[in-house]
Design a protein around this ligand. Structure first.
Ligand code: GLN
Length: 248
């Protein structure tokens, strides 16, 4: 099968090698005999509704977020339509913030988001930096990553987080939640990048993308060896447990 990925603003939101997540999708799809067709969707590019199985947007600082926000909000409707038709979506850090209703940046200005996820974000004085470990009860798995953000993300009541924070700050350093998920849309602060050390999550997203491509259920993907990936996860998880998050 061909899995069609729509990479939003790769030229603006690509901090901390978030692009590595695409490389992971590529390799893991190929290992199962699928081809990954990555299409870039940047400024003024239309959203090809129905022709993208998996959207991806990475992180960026306030400056880059301000540059894309006008264009992104103009894409809000087709993006909502695409996910309502079953496309999957992974948004990391700065991209995650813009999937909410707004991001109030360090200068106190409100950058409008697209309201795809039930949340909003306000920048605080101190950045939240460090290794993170999450427990994702909905999947019975853990996610290990690295966070670096000034934004405090507040989920609406009843919104589903991506995971519960075992170590680190998470969405706001207080709620004990990290990220958000709504249907097949996932937002998170974890980068570093996220997927090389969390292969189960990459496969989960690929399976949902395949469900969209085939108009069926997410398939079970053949397991891969993953020794290196699992040890990368375990090293990161141990570091998170040891250091926790800390303000800087
Ligand atoms: N500018 C945002 C913040 O600091 C996002 C940062 C990022 O993408 N790393 O909260």
């Amino acid at each position: 099968m061909k899995i069609r990925v729509g990479h939003l603003y790769p030229d603006y939101l690509n901090i901390y090698a978030d692009r590595g997540n695409i490389a992971v999708f590529m390799e893991r799809a190929r290992a199962r005999g699928h081809e990954l067709d990555v299409r870039r969707i940047s400024m003024r590019d239309p959203v090809p509704v129905g022709e993208v199985d998996l959207f991806y947007v990475g992180g960026g600082q306030d400056r880059e977020q301000a540059l894309v926000t006008g264009d992104l909000t103009a894409k809000a409707e087709p993006l909502r339509e695409a996910v309502e038709m079953g496309a999957a979506f992974l948004a990391v850090c700065g991209g995650y913030q813009l999937l909410g209703r707004f991001y109030r940046n360090v200068a106190g200005e409100d950058l409008p988001g697209i309201g795809l996820l039930p949340l909003h974000t306000t920048a605080g004085d101190r950045r939240m930096i460090g290794d993170v470990l999450l427990e994702c009860e909905w999947a019975g798995r853990t996610l290990a990553g690295f966070e670096n953000h000034a934004g405090r993300t507040h989920l609406d009541e009843g919104a589903e987080p991506l995971g519960r924070v075992v170590s680190g700050f998470g969405n706001d350093g207080r709620s004990g939640f990290e990220g958000c998920r709504w249907g097949r849309v996932y937002g998170t602060y974890l980068h570093g990048p996220l997927l090389p050390r969390n292969p189960w999550f990459a496969d989960h997203l690929l399976a949902e993308a395949l469900a969209h491509a085939t108009d069926g259920e997410p398939p079970a993907l053949a397991p891969l060896g993953d020794e290196l990936e699992v040890s990368a996860h375990d090293v990161a998880a141990a570091r998170a447990r040891q250091r926790g998050g800390r303000f800087s």
